[in-house]
Design a protein around this ligand. Structure first.
Ligand code: ZN
Length: 324
């Protein structure tokens, strides 16, 4: 269960075996003698009994409450399917380093450090506005990109998806509905993965690459994704363009953090509250500047091929900031 699952927290209380009406004030506790005495005194008259109870009401309540059993909370059931609502900015979780440590041969954040190569990646597409503009720039500069797409958007922008493949870019999975996988059941995760996989397969994309929406994978979700045969592709440079940043801010982030083997994360679509004009404006500048620094733009598979498998991978869970 994710730590931020409010439903799970609610499910833990009330504890089992405690029905309404069986709270502390109504339990007999371990003072039967007191109760019998009270009953006996009651025979002498309601007034006398009332006097006795008034003499130590706090003692009875206090001692009874001390013996209420406290059973362990039951395991919480997974949260129900969460539909795509809001934006990356509202839902993103940033803790990703553990994924590399847990699945070092199936999770990648960057390529090898001994080659000045980088991969451009774009999430949340397709759309009819930013994705075509990005494709235009990539075509103009003859640079490959990887698009982690949500199939739920395909009905509106199917032609854009076909264009991505036709122009030689990599089409990969960002889940069908941009659901937070850490909040889905294993069956829900598999259903979402498979629905997107069918679409990507039909379009001729790469059916074994997956990037989690919001970067939100807990242990259970990560195991399901890996067992479905996916490589989980993360990133080493987050342009944070989902925060509606300007082109200057995006360019500066890339140039400050660039390193050999970098996987650069940007977006090619998003919620209605996301303005990606900075992404589009920054892209030709990023391409030009990195080429000037001697970097080569390669497909994500080519970058991943240079990643050593196994726990010996260097820099696991940390950003490698080096200049060529
Ligand atoms: Zn996303």
């Amino acid at each position: 269960m994710p730590p931020d699952d409010p439903a799970g927290t609610r499910r833990r209380s009330p504890a089992p075996g405690r029905r309404p009406g069986t709270g502390p004030s109504r339990r007999p506790g371990r003072r039967p003698g007191t109760v019998y005495a009270a009953l006996s005194l009651a025979a002498l008259g309601a007034g006398l009994a009332a006097l006795l109870l008034l003499a130590e009401p706090g003692t009875i309540r206090g001692q009874t409450a001390a013996y209420i059993p406290q059973p362990a909370p039951p395991p919480a059931a997974p949260a129900p399917f969460a539909p795509y609502e809001g934006s990356e900015a509202q839902h993103r979780r940033l803790e990703l380093a553990d994924l590399v440590a847990l699945f070092p041969d199936r999770v990648v954040r960057h390529g090898a450090a001994d080659r000045p190569a980088v991969a451009l990646t774009f999430d949340d597409g397709p759309d009819d506005r930013y994705t075509p503009a990005i494709l235009d720039i990539l075509a103009e500069h003859q640079v490959p990109g990887t698009f982690f797409i949500n199939g739920v958007r395909a009905e509106r922008s199917g032609d854009v998806l076909r264009r991505i493949v036709k122009e030689g870019h990599t089409l990969a999975s960002h889940g069908w509905a941009h659901a937070r996988y850490s909040a889905l059941t294993p069956d829900g995760i598999r259903a979402d993965l498979n629905r997107n996989k069918e679409l990507i397969k039909e379009l001729g994309g790469d059916t074994e690459l997956f990037r989690p929406p919001y970067g939100a994978l807990d242990m259970i979700a990560a195991e399901v994704v890996v067992n479905q045969g996916y490589h989980i592709v993360l990133w080493s440079i987050d342009t944070r363009d989902w925060m509606n940043r300007t082109a200057d801010e995006i360019v500066n982030t890339v140039l400050e953090e660039i390193h050999p083997g970098a996987i650069i994360l940007q977006h090619s679509a998003g919620g209605s509250d996301m303005d990606l004009s900075g992404t589009v404006e920054a892209l030709p500048i990023i391409i030009r500047e990195l080429k000037t620094l001697g970097y080569e733009f390669v497909p994500i598979r080519e970058l991943m091929g240079a990643v050593p498998a196994g726990p010996a991978e260097p820099e696991a869970g940390t950003r490698t900031v080096q200049r060529p």
